[in-house]
Ligand binder design. Sequence first.
Ligand code: DGT
Ligand code: CA
Ligand code: CA
Ligand code: ZN
Length: 586
Amino acid sequence: MSVSNQEVARRLREIYQLMQLAGENRFRAIAFDRAAQTIEGLGEDINTYITNDTLTDIKGIGSSIAEDIKSYAETGKIDVLEDLRAKIPEGVIKWLDISGLGPKNIAKIHKELGISELEELKEACQDGRVASLDGLGEKSAQKIVKSIEWMEQFEERCRLDQALKIADPLFHFLKKQEGVEHIEVAGSLRRSNETIGDVDILIGAKKKYGPSIFDAFVGHELVVDVLGRGDTKSSIRTKEGRQVDLRIVTPAEFPAALMYFTGSKEHNVVMRQRARERGMSLNEYGLFKLNEQGETDFDQPIAYASESDIYEHLDLHFIPPELREDQGEIDFFETHETMELVKKSDIRGVLHVHSTYSDGKYSIREMAEACLERGYEYLGLSDHSQTAAYAGGLSPDEVKRQWDEVDQLNEEFKSSGANFRIFKGIESDILGDGSLDYDDKLLEGFDFVIASVHSAIDQPRSKMMERFRNAIANPFTRMVGHPTGRLLLKRNGSDLDMNELIELAAEHNTAIEINANPLRLDLDWRHGNKALEVELMSAINPDAHTTEGIDYMKYGVMTARKGKFEKERILNTKSADQVETFFRNR
Ligand code: DGT
Ligand code: CA
Ligand code: CA
Ligand code: ZN
């Protein structure tokens, strides 16, 4: 039987999740997760390896997992998985998404209370059953309820990475259909928002091709439900529960429709007003003259061939889609031709990477090689500090061991002529009083310190700000990590005075990262104007815990662009030497 890479990866990941819940050895579980990631990123068809019996040639796949994969291809079953499934009901897997509830406690609650649905868990938290369990208590129970409520509230939206996983295959599939002259993703996804309600796709095609394009769309394998179908618009739901709207307009209408359906609504409102002030009417069908009664005169269209042309008619230079939020972009592009927003190709290295020394899944060497493969020139290692015991934070002795290993690796890179270096960094917890997590003597030995809050993120604003003030004033701090600590659609971040935080960081010549993990995207783009005003330095950081995590960079770049960051204000667009200078310039 032939299997797909995705399918095998999914099964292996399920084993990983279930093993965690079954309380199996953590490293054994991680091996399955790593194998799943490797297979997802594999350039070749897994069936080739199965047929040639060469699965163990794939990095990270040992003989035991190879057997599991073969068994799956032959019988559609994997013994470990079947055993685990028998032990753990499906509903419980969802509990892994609850922030603040780890596998051990999930297993305990499930076993001792005999419940397995999310709704049951919520009830058990509210009626005191969860609180009565060893090691849980009322506070944990309340936290779990809050997380569940967040999850329920936000199923309406999904994250940027999840939306792209749906939009990309549909886009490429639709692009190939007969008659498609223009196609773009529109809406919040084109604007690079951090969460997406529904995915909007716009096609420019002659009328006669509409029906067959819609047929293809609703027949796509991702579609489980057709929500509506008309002459110009069709909406579907994908198996992940996401809605996708496809609109088809004529090639001539396409630029105006694209502008309209890209939004944002707020941006559109201002554009429409601007058109009226100039005796024109702008809508999804085009740009028209107003008649004497001030109404749209559809008989007097104004010619345009692109979105740029439309902006020009409104006395504006082209406004990049990411910036269309009515957040000052309209004034800016009245007088400026462009804004030199950072691009993916500007990025020269990655900072904020974890290794097996703390909670990363790969060794320093593996992470470094993965960076090299991706063409980066440096890696800023930043494992967790000692207080973060839950994440395997480093004791002073382990820090020194790590430094030795980094020295050796750097020596190796140098003698092999590789243009690559590793910076010795740490992601230091910001403690309750705002101090960093080691004494100054040890801190001095790092190339750089990222200061992040990982505990008590719910403290009142005044207390949080006090911690940050102290942390930023500390001369060893070179960067603030994920400032609010939010987990998109899962957990609210800290209540902070972001304007003050940004001013403080700029004053102390400290960067605030844009954490590129699609769950975080923190610094939020909405603070872009303030950051620009005080010339805040940032870095687009993957916060990678795996080699694949390095590829989060793309979401970070999207967010940085939306936050108006030019290349100059992104630290990791600079050479290793320049980065070192910034680190030293305390
Ligand atoms: P979402 O889907 O909630 O993440 O956000 P959008 O921006 O993708 O919103 P959506 O899908 O409702 O509509 C796509 C675009 O269409 C929106 O950005 C602007 C335009 N649009 C939709 N409805 C209106 C409206 O009532 N007025 C104006 N001016 N524009 C609209
Ligand atoms: Ca949308
Ligand atoms: Ca929509
Ligand atoms: Zn962190």
